[in-house]
Write a protein that binds this ligand. Structure first.
Ligand SMILES: [Zn+2]
Length: 144
């Protein structure tokens, strides 16, 4: 699958090609704070054909204090508009579905960290729920 995305002001964009996961709704408190959403709509993708477009100098990063074990929780965002931008994590790319130009082929397939779910978020879609971090998705769940 080929995906493109950009931040709100358009200064920073990206393109990628290869396998893409469906959307994981992450309810972790850190992910809610980082995105401003009731949950973070996370997409994992192949990292080998990922490229930034636009003004890469506009990408800022934040690393939160380590909670447990490395790697640290890191967020990329646009210096101008604050949109969350993709982060490289263990050779793959993790991004927020909301910054994609088109995510019509992706759907929410599970909920992560529901143990930290917001009190005003009710999960009604019947998709699998995990108290904490779910296992790595099965290959059959990935879009090529
Ligand atoms: Zn921007």
């Amino acid at each position: 699958m080929r995906l493109t995305g950009s931040c709100l002001c358009g200064a920073v964009g990206f393109e990628l090609e290869g396998w893409v996961s469906p959307i994981q709704a992450c309810h972790a408190e850190r992910c809610r704070k980082a995105t401003g959403g009731l949950f973070s709509p996370e997409v994992a993708a192949a990292g080998d054909k990922f490229v930034w477009t636009g003004e890469v100098g506009n990408i800022a990063s934040y690393e939160a204090p380590l909670l447990d074990t490395p790697p640290a929780y890191r967020r990329n965002f646009c210096r101008t508009c604050g949109s969350p931008l993709p982060v490289e994590h263990e050779g793959m790319i993790v991004l927020q579905a909301g910054v994609l130009d088109n995510c019509s082929e992706l759907d929410v397939f599970r909920h992560a960290f529901v143990g930290q779910k917001s009190g005003c978020c009710e999960i009604t879609d019947g998709k699998p729920q995990f108290e904490g971090q779910p296992p790595v998705p099965d290959v059959s769940e990935l879009h090529e």
